[in-house]
Design a protein around this ligand. Structure first.
Ligand SMILES: *[C@@H]1O[C@H](CO)[C@@H](O)[C@H](O)[C@H]1NC(C)=O
Ligand SMILES: *[C@@H]1O[C@H](CO)[C@@H](O)[C@H](O)[C@H]1NC(C)=O
Ligand SMILES: *[C@@H]1O[C@H](CO)[C@@H](O)[C@H](O)[C@H]1NC(C)=O
Ligand SMILES: *[C@@H]1O[C@H](CO)[C@@H](O)[C@H](O)[C@H]1NC(C)=O
Length: 196
C-alpha cells in the first residue's frame, strides 16, 4: 500500500515535457506540448465522487428522478494517443461547465480544487492538439466515443440538469483515470530533455 502510494506520488511529481517540434515553418516558436501527469490534489476528485455516491446510497435528491442507466461514460479503449487527447477535450468541454455550475455548496471547495487542475489542463491539451499530425485519420472508435458522450449528455440532461450534474460527479474519478492513461501513453513518445 505504502509502495503504491509512494509510486503515485512520484508519478504526480514528475511532469512530462514533450518537445516534438519547437518551431513552425516560419521559425516562430511554438508552445511546447506539456501535460501534467496527475493533479496534486487527487483527494478532491474522490471527495466529489464519494459525496454523490452517498447521496445515491441515501436515495435523496437528485437520485429519485435520475436513472442510473445513463451513468456510464463511453470508454477511451482502442483510441490512438491523438484521439484520446481529442476525446478528453470533448469530455472536459462537457464536464467543466457543469462543475462550474455546481449547486451543492458542501462540494464547493472540492469542486474549485478540481477546476484549478482541469482548466489549465484543458488549455495544455489545446496546445498539444496543435502538434497533431495533419494526416491523422479518425478511427471508428472515436466516432463511437463521440456518440456515447453525446448520449451521456442528452440522456442525463433530458431528465434534469441536476441529473447531469450528478452523473458528472459520479464519473469524475473515471476522468482522472483517463487523464492518467493519456500521460502514461505519452511516456512512450520520443522526447528529448533539454535545459532551455
Ligand atoms: C422528483 O420527482 C418527484 C416525484 O415525481 C417530484 O415531486 C419532484 O419535484 C422531482 N424533483 C425534481 C428536482 O425534479
Ligand atoms: C476495443 O476493441 C476490442 C477488440 O476489437 C473490442 O472488443 C472492444 O469492444 C473495443 N472497445 C471499445 C470501447 O470500442
Ligand atoms: C449537452 O446537451 C445540451 C442539451 O442538449 C446542449 O445544450 C449542450 O451543448 C451539450 N453539451 C455538450 C458539451 O455537447
Ligand atoms: C446550471 O444549473 C441550473 C440549475 O440546476 C440549470 O438550470 C442549468 O441548466 C445549469 N447550466 C449548465 C450549463 O449546466
Amino acid at each position: 500500500m505504502i509502495a503504491v502510494a509512494a509510486k503515485l506520488c512520484l508519478l504526480a511529481s514528475v511532469a512530462l515535457l514533450i518537445s516534438l517540434e519547437n518551431h513552425d515553418v516560419d521559425g516562430a516558436p511554438r508552445r511546447t506540448c506539456y501535460l501534467p501527469k496527475t493533479p496534486e490534489n487527487r483527494a478532491a476528485f474522490r471527495t466529489i465522487r464519494n459525496k454523490y455516491e452517498d447521496l445515491r446510497f441515501d436515495g435523496v435528491e437528485p437520485w429519485q428522478n435520475c436513472s442510473e442507466k445513463y451513468l456510464q461514460l463511453p470508454k477511451m479503449d482502442n483510441l490512438t494517443k491523438w484521439e484520446k487527447m481529442g476525446a478528453m477535450e470533448l469530455q472536459l468541454n462537457l464536464f467543466i461547465p457543469v462543475l462550474q455550475n455546481q449547486s451543492e455548496t458542501t462540494f464547493a471547495k472540492a469542486t474549485s480544487e478540481v477546476l484549478e487542475f482541469l482548466l489549465p489542463y484543458r488549455e495544455d491539451l489545446k496546445v498539444c492538439m496543435q502538434h497533431r499530425p495533419s494526416h491523422h485519420q479518425e478511427s471508428g472508435y472515436l466516432q463511437g466515443f463521440k456518440d456515447g458522450l453525446q448520449q451521456f449528455n442528452t440522456s442525463n440532461t433530458e431528465q434534469s440538469p441536476k441529473c447531469l450534474e450528478a452523473a458528472v460527479g459520479m464519473n469524475i474519478l473515471s476522468l482522472l483515470q483517463e487523464i492518467k492513461g493519456i500521460s502514461l501513453h505519452h511516456h512512450h513518445q520520443p522526447r528529448h530533455h533539454s535545459n532551455n
